[in-house]
Design a protein around this ligand. Structure first.
Ligand code: GAP
Length: 514
């Protein structure tokens, strides 16, 4: 087993070593919080995107897709509230000259208290063994209850102060908790200030006629401004959804934790347009549906939890995060927001165009309410990748590094390996590649001993290794080795397609949502 503190470092180095993620512009020493997806990473990312798209668009007859531009009319961002309110509260440390997000400093402080709770739970679990009741313990143990109350009171106060824009109190909270700069240990802080996260750019050739633009900080607004176009041309009836995947840009100040928080990232968002007054029931529906989508990948129910928001964004009347247990703890993976009619009403007001829906059943027009699901593709990539990377002790006292990616998402589905580089074995193996490549990404490898090749494919996340040996020449059979169990079976070459398909087919995985 890899120790938790080393797991994250291992994830980052494995992602580079096996061609998943590289630092952007590495030859120039890189660009902070910007990353490139390499030959395997691009396939994994595409497979995650497809898995989301199929679940959203292909399987729901009332959800359609869209691909809106990154550039949008600048008034879009005035209307959406991003120009005025898309800010992070920042604080500088006067000694180290480092800049931090004030809310993140406070949240990290609370995470440390949560660490103490987890320690108490682990100790008690050890002491009481099978008779241990975790729920009862955390609700009755005075020390744990005290810790939890402290967390709640800190987060509630922070939420209220941020909501009221009371930045003086946010700083007071940091001082009262005696939070120090994690790098220098200094408590010499500046005031807390708001900082807008949008990147600006210019459209047009000459300086005087150029128009100030923003790179979109979320894909959602492209959906809102196209709402009526899609509704009319697609003859969509409420409730219906519009789904989109694409790049978004944020000038993140605390850009760390690898691809968890990037300055250029990809979102997969779906806006579901509903009748006003039905938002509570749709909020519940999408919370459940999205969690089921995550669970269908089999990455462990215990690694997910909901976190309902205390502080709501300027557009929401309810919001929750699906949090995932990353190597550095539970963090937001996906947001589910009940956005009311805020965005459509704002765009109506700023554009002067009606964005209403005529409901034939009600015989009335109204501005729909919107339920949004929004997940970061890169964050999902990190969740899948970090969860899949394990180091296993084997019976013969050796270890193997294996990337147990859900087979449906794996970049390469099968590696075809001739046992030897002679006796006609490579020719047969290459023929198998030719046959299978129409259906799956497959990989041919004849270099090194077969055991070494198996290990390479394990670390690469390839679910199947198919080995061609001398018996193949006699009876057209090969061995197929399963990455996770390392079990090998002798099967007919003619059956390979079906065997692989059964395990990598999207249908097989997505059906687990039902
Ligand atoms: N349209 C709503 C919206 O953008 P958000 O909570 O700001 O909501 C949604 O972002 C998701 O986008 C997050 O749950 C996260 O997965 C992803 N995300 C946000 N900022 C990110 C960043 N800087 N780097 C990577 N992913 C990010």
């Amino acid at each position: 087993m890899i120790k938790p503190e080393d797991q994250f470092k291992k994830v980052i180095s494995h992602a580079k070593e096996y061609g998943y993620v590289f630092q952007s512009s590495e030859i120039y020493d890189g660009l902070s919080a910007v990353y490139d997806y390499a030959q395997n990473g691009v396939e994994l990312k595409k497979n995650i995107r497809d898995y989301w798209w199929k679940a959203m668009v292909q399987l729901n007859d009332n959800i359609v897709g869209l691909d809106a531009s990154i550039f949008m009319h600048p008034t879009t961002w005035k209307a959406s509230g991003h120009v005025d309110a898309f800010n992070d509260p920042l604080i500088d440390n006067k000694d180290s000259k480092k800049r931090y997000r004030a809310d993140v400093l406070i949240e990290d402080y609370c995470a440390k208290i949560e660490g103490k709770i987890n320690k108490e739970v682990a100790k008690a679990e050890k002491r009481f063994g099978d008779s241990f009741n975790k729920e009862e313990f955390v609700s009755t143990n005075p020390r744990v209850v005290g810790y939890q109350e402290k967390i709640n009171s800190i987060l509630t106060r922070m939420g209220k102060s941020l909501e009221k824009e009371d930045l003086v109190d946010v700083k007071a909270l940091i001082e009262e908790l005696e939070i120090a700069d994690p790098l220098s240990g200094s408590r010499n802080w500046t005031e807390v200030k708001q900082f807008n996260l949008m990147f600006g750019t210019k459209l047009g050739a000459s300086a005087d006629s150029a128009m100030d633009l923003y790179l979109r900080p979320e894909t959602a607004q492209g959906i809102f401004v196209n709402f009526l176009n899609v509704q009319k041309t697609g003859r969509m009836k409420i409730p219906f959804g519009i789904a989109q995947t694409g790049k978004a840009f944020r000038n993140e100040i605390v850009a760390r934790q690898f691809i968890f928080r990037m300055r250029e990232f990809e979102q997969m968002e779906m806006q579901f347009f509903i009748k006003p007054g039905t938002q509570k029931e749709w909020f519940k529906h999408w919370k459940e549906a999205r969690l089921k989508w995550h669970l269908s990948l089999g990455m462990g129910e215990e690694n997910y939890r909901f976190h309902d928001h205390e502080k709501l964004a300027h557009y929401a009347d309810a919001a929750t995060d699906i949090e995932f247990k990353f190597p550095f703890g539970f963090k937001e993976l996906e947001g589910i927001h009940s956005r009311t009619d805020f965005d459509l009403k704002q765009h109506e007001e700023f554009s002067g165009k009606k964005l209403q829906y005529f409901d034939h059943e009600e015989n009335a027009s109204y501005t729909p309410y919107v339920l949004e699901t929004s997940i970061g593709l890169d964050r999902m990539f990190l969740a899948v990748f970090s969860n899949s990377l394990v180091e296993e002790e084997l019976d013969n006292n050796t270890t193997r590094t294996v990337l147990k990616l859900p087979a449906v998402l794996a970049p390469t589905k099968a590696a075809i390996l001739p046992l030897l580089k002679r006796d006609g074995l490579p020719e047969v193996a290459k023929q198998i590649v030719e046959d299978l490549k129409w259906d799956f990404n497959v990989f041919y490898d004849e270099k090194d001993a077969v055991g070494k090749r198996y290990r390479r494919q394990d670390a690469n996340g390839t679910p199947f290794c198919i080995t061609v040996d001398h018996e193949t020449l006699e009876n057209n059979t090969v061995t197929i080795r399963h990455r996770d169990t390392m079990e090998q079976k002798r099967v007919k070459i003619d059956d390979l397609r079906e065997i692989i398909k059964k395990e990598v087919d999207v249908k097989h995985w997505l059906q687990k949502m039902n």
